[in-house]
Design a protein around this ligand. Structure first.
Ligand SMILES: [Fe+2]
Length: 272
C-alpha cells in the first residue's frame, strides 16, 4: 500500500489499550434471533421484516470478483493522495476520492479508517462497478420508497478498517421516511481466532481479517454483535436510524494499512 498516506487527526502511535477499548461496550447482550433475520442466499426472496437487521448470506458468490474489487480499490489508493475535505471542494456524488481518518477532531464520531467515496464514473473499475450495480439494483427493487427527499442520492462507498484497530464508533443516520444501510463484506474472514493461536502465513489470504464487525444498540441499550455471523460476500442490511458501530479489527496486530483488515462496500442514500 501507499507508504505516503497522510493520516489526519491524533498521533498515530496510539497505545494498544486505547485501541482495545475504543468502542464503549456498555450494555446488555441481546439475543440475535430477536433482532436479525438471516437469509440463506441471494436467490431467496427478500422481504423486509420487523427485525432491524438482515443478513443475506453469499449475496456475491464469486470470491474472485470480490478480490478483484479490493485490488482495484488498493490501486486507486496507490495512485492518488487522500483528499483533505477542508482544502478541496469535492462532491461525494460527483467525484472519486478518499480520506484517511485517525480519530479526526472535527468529527463527533471517533474512527480509524480509510474511506473511499465513489461518486464519479465507476466504469474504469470493472469489478467495483459490477458489484455496485448489483447492490443498487437490489436496493431499488427491494428497499427504495417513493417519498425520499430528492437531494438524497445513492452513495457508493468502500470503507477499509485496517488491522490493528480500525473501527467506527457508535453513531446513527437520519432515517428519512425510510433508509437502509447496506454493507457488503469484502474481506476473507478467518475462522481462526487470532487470540487462540498464531496464524501461519499459508493461512493468511488476501485482505483477511479475524475480528471486528458491525454492532447495533437498541433503545434499551441492548447490544447485538454480528461478529461470527458475517463471511466474504455476505450483505448486511440495517435500519439506518438504529445506533451502530464497527468494532475494532484485529487489535492485537500492529496497526497497518497493508491491505489486511476489514473491507466493506457500503451503499446508502446520502445528502452530501
Ligand atoms: Fe453508519
Amino acid at each position: 500500500m501507499n507508504s505516503s498516506i497522510k493520516v489526519r487527526g491524533e498521533r498515530v502511535d496510539m497505545l494498544i489499550n486505547d485501541r482495545v477499548n475504543s468502542i464503549s461496550n456498555q450494555g446488555k447482550n441481546g439475543d440475535i434471533s430477536d433482532y436479525i433475520q438471516i437469509i440463506p442466499n441471494s436467490q431467496s426472496s427478500f422481504t423486509p421484516s420487523e427485525k432491524p437487521i438482515t443478513i443475506i448470506k453469499s449475496f456475491i458468490q464469486d470470491r474472485n470478483t470480490i478480490k478483484n474489487m479490493v485490488k482495484e480499490m488498493i490501486g486507486l489508493i496507490q495512485n492518488q493522495y487522500p483528499a483533505i475535505n477542508q482544502d478541496q471542494m469535492l462532491d461525494r456524488h460527483k467525484d472519486i476520492f478518499y480520506t484517511v481518518d485517525y480519530n479526526p477532531i472535527f468529527s463527533d464520531t471517533k474512527r480509524i479508517m480509510l474511506d473511499i467515496l465513489l461518486g464519479g464514473n465507476l466504469d474504469k473499475f470493472l469489478f467495483t462497478s459490477k458489484i455496485f450495480k448489483q447492490l443498487i439494483e437490489f436496493y431499488n427493487i427491494n428497499l427504495r420508497v417513493d417519498n425520499v427527499p430528492i437531494e438524497y442520492k445513492s452513495a457508493p462507498q468502500v470503507i477499509y478498517y485496517p488491522q490493528g484497530g480500525g473501527y467506527f464508533d457508535w453513531h446513527s443516520h437520519p432515517k428519512l421516511p425510510t433508509n437502509y444501510g447496506m454493507c457488503l463484506c469484502l474481506s476473507e474472514v478467518s475462522k481462526v481466532n487470532s487470540k487462540s493461536r498464531e496464524i501461519s502465513p499459508q493461512e493468511i489470504s488476501y485482505a483477511s481479517m479475524n475480528e471486528g464487525q458491525m454492532m447495533f444498540r437498541d433503545k434499551d441499550d441492548i447490544i447485538i454483535s454480528t461478529d461470527g455471523l458475517i463471511d466474504t460476500g455476505d450483505l448486511l442490511i440495517f435500519d439506518f436510524g438504529i445506533d451502530h458501530c464497527v468494532s475494532p479489527c484485529d487489535v492485537f496486530k500492529p496497526l497497518s494499512f497493508n491491505g489486511h483488515g476489514h473491507w466493506m462496500a457500503v451503499h446508502s442514500l446520502q445528502k452530501d
